[in-house]
Design a protein around this ligand. Sequence first.
Ligand code: AGP
Length: 598
Amino acid sequence: MCGIVGSIGRSDDTVDVLMDGLRSLEYRGYDSTGIALGPKLQVLRKSGELDALTEVVNANEPTGTYGIGHTRWSTHGPPTDRNAHPHTDENGRVAVVHNGIIENYAELKSELEAQGVTFSSDTDTEVVPHLIAQRLADGVDAETAFHETVDRLDGSYAIAAIIDGEETIYAARQGSPLVVGVGDTCTYLASDVPAFVEHTRDVIYLEDGQRVRADADGYTVFDDDREPVEVSIETVSYTAEETGKSGYDHYMLKEIHEQPTALRQCFSGRADALEGTISLEEVDEIPQPDAVQFVACGTSYHAALYGASILRETGVPAEAYLASEYALSPPPLSLGTLVVGITQSGETADTLAALRDAQSRGVTTLALTNTVNSTAARECDHAVYIRAGPEIGVAATKTFSSQLVGCNLLAEELVDGQRDLRPLIESLRGLPDDVQSILDSSAAESLVDDYADSDAYFFIGRGTNVAVALEGALKCKEISYEHAEGFPAGELKHGPLALVTPDTPVFAVVIGDDERAQKTLGNIKEVQARGAPVIAVTDGESAADEIADETLMIPETSERAAPVLANVQLQLFSYHLADELGRPIDKPRNLAKSVTVE
Ligand code: AGP
């Protein structure tokens, strides 16, 4: 998983275009960065974040009319200068950037080494420039050399290559995202649209197996038989401003504050409050499934837990599975089962593998995703978009909230019946204002002073709020690097209670005043008896706010909508804790936004 970018057809600002493109792709990895420029091939690369490469660029002042760039999340080889992309052949004639994993690289490397080629990195990628260079040395033209090399690769890749003196970029996609930006006089290539959206919003989403030749006169897309293919150009709806920080210190904070808009967009036009009906036209021909299996990872898995829980409430058997486990030990399914992949990016390799496994067993698949035309959206039988807008911060925030609303829309569309949905619709429609009121008044930041020195942070909830507890803990550990765990509240006494001390604050999500809430109050008392401070995240219906040491209030709403609100309070706590601790919030160590390796 990495980000790649390319630009051709501009005269004097290619370096800026590539560097700006890499800046917007840093969410895909930030272990090292690099660029290669032509027609006189120059390669500059550096371990560390983009600022390190900026210093190298400023010192060398490279120029070029076209080029490629890369930001790396290490898979093969540590994050060192020698493993930074672009990689070249021994003579520095070919430069290549790559996102993905070349599975047969060891075999190709042995073959090349047996022929006397010396490798200068530990990466799988380096076989590519050597293979291209070999074919060039054999007298084959550049385009054929590229195609023949790509034909030899197994695995997943988005690759871009330039060759000294050839005013062309060659690129190929197989299993890793690659989009082409179509400008008036320039062509761009990137792992994701934000890399060039300030220059053009006209985009071609390449299919697996497709390849591209781009030069100053435009571009041609080929299939894997090297035949030119017709492609459609789509215009993305978002602008460069929407992918910037808009004055916030971090993308994460901006995206937390964008939740009212994201939720409005997700819900808009999909429910009729007067009639009390919900309709998702993307899936309205799907009959009520016998069962639903959700597959997802990380935050999206927490949304899947929530989705499965609300579907079960409507009487449909539903389970959430970690996508990374699903294909390896697939659960039984009948042909009437619907498998739903929840994935913000639509590119998570584990989730794609699980969906492909389900498809291979003949069932209907559906992607609930934020990314239009993502691999999940294209490969599944159906796609429902959560319409949250671009999310750049590695920590998922607004997409999680929108996934929860998306699960409600999906559940109500899938389940046949004549229930009056007006109360649910009312509460979902009220979410943007309710979230805004939390953003305007949250006490989460004020808790940080008292709790920033804690040994660990625990999060508990019951029912759909188990997903909130797990997500609260994931967010906390992901961006603050502090130990955090989430538990179903009833599980505490079966083990985790041993960890509870006066230095481990417990966040308890208590919504309403039903039996679950009452039992959670009991759990609060259990941890308080061990000296742990308790922060209740509550709507004030139960006595939670009276019992707890601190309270994060949420507006009263339906049981389905409340988890969205409770989660916003926990997002804010984690954000401010991480900020207090000086963490690199948008780019937590070892992580990347889009995890395209299994
Ligand atoms: C969320 O904060 C994480 N960065 C991560 O768990 C993420 O949700 C997971 O990798 C799944 O990503 P996806 O939704 O794009 O499939």
